[in-house]
Design a protein around this ligand. Structure first.
Ligand code: HEC
Length: 171
């Protein structure tokens, strides 16, 4: 939640607050922000405003995963290098296997192609959708580390789901 602000229109005072995702994974696991889509929402309060705040839509339970279309690849060093790059540059927007403000990359077909990762990460193919380019901080080799890490995480998520098939974001 952002800092609230107040304003006056026609002699009436309003207080507005921008809602958000609900924090990092551990802060919002099991809270209302886990179950409801609170992103991109502004709440405005006024004396004599509507008595009930409309409930935002619930997150849908995740669909069952298909087997990842690429085998785990890369040495453990490469995977660890990818993990470190991911935490530094990506995790603030993309969490893996949990709701986030941006897509769950363990469910993205884009991670299987180095050409696609190159287009998105180094050449800004999705910049109009809010995915900036990282050509000043990532190299071609880093793309292979990030891919090895993401494919590894995708297999972990897939295999975990086989063990706990009922895992869902619903009550
Ligand atoms: C400032 C937020 C932000 C950061 C940081 C960020 N991304 Fe993104 N990313 C987005 C948005 C927004 C999109 C486009 C919409 C979507 O897929 O959620 C996107 C899309 C993508 C896609 C395409 C997904 C698909 O299936 O189409 C990939 C791959 C991706 N990002 C990888 C990364 C990697 C790897 C990093 C770190 C190097 C990263 N992103 C950092 C916001 C971000």
């Amino acid at each position: 939640m952002a800092a609230p602000m107040t304003f006056e229109v026609g002699g009436k005072q309003y207080v507005s607050v921008l809602c958000g995702h609900g924090g990092m994974f551990l802060n919002f696991l099991g809270t209302a922000a886990w179950y409801y889509i609170n992103e991109d929402r502004i709440l405005t309060f006024a004396i004599d405003g509507i008595p009930e705040t409309p409930t935002p839509p619930r997150r849908k339970p995740p669909v069952a995963r298909a087997e990842p279309s690429m085998a785990r690849n890369g040495s453990s060093e490469l995977v660890e290098a990818g993990r470190s790059l991911f935490i530094t540059h990506c995790a603030r927007c993309h969490t893996l296997d949990t709701p986030a403000i941006s897509s769950d990359l363990t469910r993205s077909a884009a991670i299987y192609s180095i050409e696609t990762l190159d287009a998105v990460l180094l050449r800004g193919a999705l910049s109009s959708a809010g995915m900036g380019k990282f050509d000043e901080v990532l190299t071609e080799r880093d793309l292979h580390s990030i891919q090895a890490y993401l494919v590894n995480e995708t297999w972990d998520a897939y295999q975990k789901e086989r063990v706990i098939p009922t895992m869902t974001h619903e009550n």
